[in-house]
Design a protein around this ligand. Structure first.
Ligand code: GLU
Length: 332
C-alpha cells in the first residue's frame, strides 16, 4: 500500500504473518504517514506484506519466498520511490534475501532501496536496536515531564521480537527491572528480572519459544495464554510496554492494569491498545505513550540509514544512537 509521498518516498515495513490482509496493511500504512512525518525526516508513508507464515520454515524456504516476493515487488520500489524495511516476520535475514534478489534483477547496487540491511552491505549501526531504544527514550522523557524517574521502576514487556528485546535492553540499562516478556503462546515471569541474554539466544539465534527460558532459569514461571486476558497483564508493574502486535491490550486487560497501579503504558507495537483501553487509561490517569510517536525510532533510524546510503558513509553506533535520542526527545 503506497499511501503518501508528499515529503519523501513511501516508507514502511513489510509484514509476513498469517493474519496479514489488505485491511491490516492499510491501517499500518495510514499510521505510518503520521509517524514518519513526526520524525521530522523526509519520508512518506507505506506498508506491505504477505500472509506467508515464516514459523517453522527452513532458511531455504524463507529465502525462496523472499526471492519470489521481490521478483514482483521490484517494479514498485526504488530509493526515491518506495523504501520497504522490516516489521513482524521480516528482520535482517529476510531483508538480506530481498536485497540480494533486487540487486540481481536490477544489476546495480542501490543501497537505499531497503532499510534494516546488515551493516556489512549498507545497513546502519543501531538500526536493529532503534525501535526499542527509541521507545525507552520516549518513556523517560514522558515520565520526566511528569516528575517521575525511571530508575528503580518495574516493567513488563509483551512480545519478544526485535522491538521487545531492545526495549528491554535499554530499560535495563536505565535501571528498570523487567519482570516478564511473552510470545504468542504465553509469558515468562522472572522475579529476579529477565535475563536478556537467554531471551536473545532463544529468539534471535535459535528462533524458539519463550517457554524454553525455563530450561535455563528454573526459578522463573511460565504462564500459557488462556482466556481473554493474556497472563502477562495480571503481573503487577509500574510500566507496561506492549511490543507484540495490534489489539493486545483490550478493555479487560486495561482494567486489571489500572487496578494493579500501572503508572504508564508505552506502545512499542503498532496499535497494541484498543480504543476502549486507551480511553480507560486516560480516564484513570495512566500516562500513555501512543505508538505513532513512541515507536517512531525505528523508522527514523531507517531514514538515517537512507541518508548514509546517499552520501556513501557509515556513522558510528554512538553517532546514530545520539541522533535517535534527539529525535525521540523532539517527538516527545
Ligand atoms: N515496521 C517499522 C514501523 O512500524 C519500521 C518501518 C521502517 O523502518 O520503514 O515503523
Amino acid at each position: 500500500v503506497q499511501f503518501n509521498s508528499v515529503i519523501g518516498p513511501y516508507k514502511g515495513g513489510l509484514r509476513f504473518h498469517p493474519s496479514v490482509n489488505l485491511s491490516i496493511i492499510k491501517f499500518l500504512g495510514f499510521e505510518q504517514i503520521f509517524k514518519n512525518a513526526l520524525t521530522g525526516l523526509p519520508i512518506g508513508g507505506g506498508k506491505g506484506g504477505s500472509d506467508f507464515d515464516p514459523k517453522g520454515k527452513s532458511d531455504n524456504e524463507i529465502m525462496r519466498f523472499c526471492q519470489s516476493f521481490m521478483t514482483e515487488l521490484y517494479r514498485h520500489i526504488g530509493q526515491d520511490v518506495d523504501v520497504p524495511a522490516g516489521d513482524i516476520g521480516v528482520g535482517g535475514r529476510e531483508i538480506g534475501y530481498l536485497f540480494g534478489q533486487y540487486k540481481r534483477i536490477r544489476n546495480a547496487y542501490e543501497g537505499g532501496v531497503l532499510t534494516g540491511k546488515a551493516v556489512g552491505y549498507g545497513g546502519s549501526l543501531a538500526r536493529k536496536e532503534a525501535t526499542g531504544y527509541g521507545l525507552t527514550f520516549y518513556m523517560r522523557e514522558m515520565l520526566k515531564a511528569n516528575n517521575i524517574t525511571l530508575e528503580g521502576k518495574t516493567a513488563i514487556i509483551s512480545g519478544s521480537g526485535n522491538v521487545a528485546i531492545y526495549a528491554c535492553e535499554k530499560a535495563q540499562q536505565m535501571g528498570i527491572k523487567v519482570l516478564a516478556m511473552s510470545d504468542s503462546s504465553g509469558c515468562v515471569f522472572d522475579e529476579n528480572g529477565i535475563n536478556l541474554d537467554v531471551i536473545k539466544d532463544i529468539k534471535e539465534v535459535r528462533r524458539g519459544r519463550i517457554k524454553e527460558y525455563l530450561n535455563i532459569v528454573q526459578s522463573a514461571k511460565y504462564m500459557e495464554n488462556t482466556g481473554n486476558i493474556p497472563p502477562i497483564y495480571s503481573i503487577k508493574a509500574d510500566i507496561i510496554l506492549p511490543c507484540a502486535t495490534q489489539n493486545d491490550i483490550t478493555i479487560e486487560s486495561a482494567k486489571v492494569l489500572v487496578e494493579n497501579g500501572t503508572i504508564a503504558v508505552g506502545e512499542g507495537a503498532n496499535m497494541p491498545c484498543t480504543n476502549e483501553a486507551i480511553q480507560y487509561f486516560q480516564e484513570h490517569n495512566v500516562l500513555l505513550a501512543p505508538g505513532k510517536a513512541a515507536n517512531a525510532g525505528g523508522v527514523a533510524t531507517s531514514a538515517l540509514e537512507m541518508s548514509q546510503n546517499s552520501i556513501r558513509a557509515s556513522w558510528t553506533f554512538e553517532e546514530v544512537d545520539k541522533k535517535l535520542e534527539n529525535i525521540m526527545i523532539n517527538i516527545t
